[in-house]
Design a binder for this molecule. Structure first.
Ligand code: GRF
Length: 267
């Protein structure tokens, strides 16, 4: 933490190992970012990220997506399902009845996520290996006007290789450089405004394991750095006249930080 920053309250959503979560916890506890992880939530009871939270004394919650998806369609929803279905871009199920049943199940689970996250007064919600699609209900709850409060980390250089296999897709395509992206979440899949990206080389002898390890090493630097920028109000989002938005980071050390990431990736 180098400049004055208010300490952000962060809720982290995980589905798996939670190594990004761990990087955030470590940097937060070490005082190098002005952010505190106030709650960790998962859609899976066996997510190791929940253990990491408990070990760090952070409240951890499981939201039972399976039972919500089974109940769906039979409960009052906090949204108009028809409108949600018109807006949503994530579910591709062609049959409208099945699509709405699925959507309503997701919303039921998200209602629980929202309830818990709000009870911790989180400033931002960080998706960190959260393997569920989020609906416009969840997104609109946290985004109001120009204020965007949901972030995601993606293991590829967006807009290339969206979806859940960023490292595999980057490596499989034969890319000579790979990358990682931290972005705000919008209603598409991995399409929201990009805040930060970092790249790493893929050397001729590398296998997928080397590629993933190099990318993850960068993820652990970049995601916490973005939180620090947000805490210092150094992330400016501008809406473009033709639609879409652009993010600018105003940190005077921005160039040095990017150089550091590149240097590190080349080591
Ligand atoms: C990371 O590669 C992240 O980019 C992607 O999912 C993975 C999560 O890993 N969204 P972990 O759970 O943080 O170890």
């Amino acid at each position: 933490m180098t400049r004055t920053a208010k300490r952000l309250r962060i809720a982290v959503l995980v589905s798996g190992g939670g190594t990004n979560l761990q990087a955030m916890i470590d940097k937060s506890r070490g005082g190098s970012i002005a952010a505190e992880i106030v709650a960790v939530l998962s859609d899976r009871p066996d997510a190791y990220g929940l253990e990491r939270a408990k070990k760090a004394g952070i409240p951890a919650f499981v939201v039972d997506y399976k039972s919500c998806l089974e109940k769906s369609g039979r409960e009052d929803l906090p949204v108009d399902l028809d409108e949600l279905d018109r807006r949503q871009r994530i579910l591709k199920t062609p049959d409208p009845v099945r699509r709405r049943v699925r959507l309503s199940g997701l919303v039921l689970a998200e209602r629980e996520l929202v309830r818990i996250i709000d009870s911790y007064q989180a400033d931002y919600v960080c998706l960190a290996g959260f393997m569920r699609l989020v609906t416009p209900y969840f997104i609109n709850h946290f985004n109001s006007g120009d204020r965007r409060r949901i972030l995601n980390i993606h293991p590829a250089l967006l807009p290339g290789f969206p979806g859940s296999h960023g490292y595999e897709d980057t490596f499989g395509y034969g890319c000579k450089w790979g990358g990682i992206t931290v972005h705000f979440v919008d209603e598409g899949e991995d399409t929201g405004p990009i805040i930060a990206q970092a790249v790493y080389p893929i050397w001729p002898d590398d296998g997928l394991d080397e590629v993933r390890a190099r990318g993850l090493g960068l993820e652990y630097e970049v995601y916490p750095q973005v939180l620090e920028w947000l805490a210092r109000d150094e992330v400016i989002v501008k809406n473009l006249p033709g639609g879409g938005s652009r993010v600018t980071v105003t940190d005077p050390d921005y160039h040095d930080i990017l150089r550091r990431w590149i240097k590190r990736a080349l080591e």
